[in-house]
Each structure stands twice: as C-alpha cells, then as structure tokens.
Design a protein around this ligand. Structure first.
Ligand SMILES: C[S@@+](CC[C@H](N)C(=O)[O-])C[C@H]1O[C@@H](n2cnc3c(N)ncnc32)[C@H](O)[C@@H]1O
Length: 340
C-alpha cells in the first residue's frame, strides 16, 4: 500500500482499524515512510481501498526486491504465469517513487522497462493507459521496489467535493472529510452495527459513515446544526443516518457499538456555557455507560486537554493518540479509546 504523507502515523492506524473492524487478521511486514506491506487474507485489499481516507494505492503484492533494474526485471521474469495476465488482455504499469527512495531510477524508467517485459509474457497483450483491464503498480521506496496488481475499491472517493466550504450548510468548526472518514474507521464501525456521533455539527463524520454504507445516529444540542446536517446528508445522498436534537450529556440511546465524535473545543462551536474540561469529563462518564464493552470511541480534543486519565477513570483504555496541527493556536488530538 502507498499511504498519504499527510500524517506519519494515522494512515497505518487507519489501515489496522479497518482490518480489525472487518474481522480480517493481518501481520504488518513493513512500515517505512509511505509504504505499508502486510500479510492479510485477499478481501483485505478491497476493504482498505473502499474505506480508507489515507490509503492512496492498494495492491496485491507480486514481488518485492532491490530497486535496481537488473533485480526488478529478473524477478519479474521469474514470476512467469504468476503475474496473472491472460492472452489478449490490456494492461498498464504505474510506478511511484516515495521521498525516501534511494534508487537512481525514475518511475517512468521502471514503467517502460516493466511494461516491455510484461508484453512478452502472453500472446496479443497490449498497453492501454486509459482503461486497462489490469493495472500493475510499483513503489520505489528506500532501497526496494514493491510491485503488484492494483485493487481498486470504488475509484476515487472525491473528498474534495466534501470540504467544509463545499457543503451546502457550512460552519467553521467543520472537519475535513479525510479526517472525518479516518475517525469513522478508527472507531471500528462496521456493517450491522450502530455508530454514534453525539456532537454532529455539520455532519462530517455522519456523511462519511453514510457513504461507507454504515448505519449511524447523530445528535447536536442546537436545532440549527441538526437541520444543517440534514441538508448536508441529503446533498450527498446519504440515507442510512438518523438524527436527533439531543444533549450529548444525556444520550438518547441505551447502547451503541462505536462512537466517533468531535466535541467543541471552546472556540468556534458552542458549549452552551459548560466549561470544556467539565464537558469532556461528563461526556466520558455518560458515554462509558452506553458504549458496549470492548467497543471503540474515536474522539477529538484540543491538545491542551489531555484525556487519558479521565478516560481511564470512566473505564476506557487509550489505544491511540495522534496530533494534527490545524493552525498556530490549535493542535487537534485524535484519541482512540477502548471501553474495558
Ligand atoms: C466541533 S463541533 C462539531 C463539528 C463536526 N464534527 C463537523 O465536522 O461539522 C461541536 C458541536 O457540538 C455541539 N454541542 C455542544 N455542546 C453539546 C452538547 N452538550 N450536546 C450535543 N451537542 C453539543 C455544538 O453545537 C457543535 O455543533
């Protein structure tokens, strides 16, 4: 997998969470810069490709070797029919070079050389760069070259169409769609389970959950936000999300399977007069009563408010904490908590 360079640790955490949510066992073989290699059952690639925010490219590995043209081409020849091309098929090869690649080769040079070898492997093969039947992908990273067959869930996820300013209902506290999606994934939400976002704001988390086909419940203290979220959900064609006007400190539901949420930080969004530390403490207490045991909560907080200790007091174990710089006066912490 080639993951986004936007964050050092979130992409790996997201991939692991997706596989756990989908019940797919895996073993991490390599995590270097933007390359993740893991051993997992075949549906893993499709699951990650469909769900993730930060995975840029996902494939089934065919070879992993030293990044020299000699090694690449001889390993490719040795693969023979394992390459999986059938006579008459069209294919394309695309090669990426990560920032830490120590190879003098360019992606283009490798694409051309690999393409030439592949053309000899079966009868009547042809290169089609626009709509290939099979897309082979390679990554030059560190001293190595990794090559495989691309797995594409549903193509591009068009995150750019869901940035805060492009939603019909806008509020400055709105999350970027990739962060929202990653937060859904970190909560291990999955089909047949209920995801809860009690501080829904403009609905960023609920939109991503809905687009992933998950069932979700959202709430907000303000009527304006609930109405706005409804408009946003409709705009993106999301139907499987329920909304309620409710105080997160008095949840309107008895049990949920997963929580992904972004409470106010005491800046753009209202806290209805409740001091931020009190709001988080009370919320952790309440949510601890309704999140099912072993269930996960992904929660954002300002970095000035460490949550680990309070979370532990209310029966949560912190299993991940990731910092995201937003601007000079705000660093957002993304916590992943598991209910004990
Ligand atoms: C940071 S914003 C959420 C932004 C949201 N993630 C988005 O992307 O649009 C926090 C939201 O929590 C709501 N809120 C504040 N106190 C609340 C409470 N006690 N119960 C429910 N919602 C509350 C605010 O009205 C605000 O919409």
């Amino acid at each position: 997998m080639l993951v986004s360079g936007e964050h050092r640790h979130l992409p790996k955490a997201e991939v692991g969470a997706i596989l756990e949510a989908e019940g797919l066992p895996f073993r991490m073989l390599e995590d270097s810069n933007r390359l993740l290699r893991l051993e997992a059952p075949p549906p893993a690639g499709l699951a990650v490709s469909k769900r993730s925010a930060f995975c840029r490219l996902c494939g089934v590995e065919l070879l992993h070797c030293k990044a020299s043209l000699g090694d690449i081409l001889s390993s490719l020849q040795a693969l023979g029919s394992e390459i999986g091309l059938n006579s008459g098929e069209s294919f394309a090869v695309r090669v990426w070079r990560t920032g830490d690649s120590q190879s003098p080769l360019t992606g283009f040079e490798v694409e051309k050389a690999v393409g030439r070898v592949l053309l000899t492997m079966e009868r009547d093969l042809r290169v089609d760069l626009r709509r290939p039947r099979k897309l082979f992908v390679g990554i030059l990273s560190g001293r190595s070259f990794t090559f495989g067959l691309s797995v594409d869930g549903e193509g591009r996820k068009y995150f750019s169409s869901r940035t805060p300013r492009r939603k019909p209902f806008f509020h400055p506290s709105s999350l970027q769609p990739k962060i929202a999606r990653c937060m859904v994934n970190l909560s291990r939400a999955a089909g047949g389970k209920i995801l809860y976002d009690p501080f829904c704001g403009t609905g960023s988390i609920l939109i991503e959950a809905g687009l992933m086909g998950l069932e979700a419940l959202g709430g907000d203290l303000r009527k304006k936000m609930v109405k706005g979220t409804k408009v946003n959900l409709q705009h993106y064609g999301v139907e499987n999300v329920h909304l309620t006007l409710a105080n997160a400190l008095a949840p309107p539901i008895r049990q949920v399977d997963a929580v992904s949420t972004d409470p106010p930080y005491g800046r753009a969004a209202t806290t209805a007069g409740v001091p931020i530390p009190v709001l988080y403490r009370k919320f952790l207490e309440e949510i601890g009563l309704i999140l099912k045991p072993q269930g996960y909560m992904c929660i954002a907080a300002p970095s000035t408010l460490p949550l680990e200790e309070t979370a532990e007091e209310y029966g949560f174990k912190t299993v991940g904490r990731y910092s995201i710089y937003v601007h000079r006066s705000l660093t957002r912490e993304i916590y992943v908590l598991r209910r004990m």
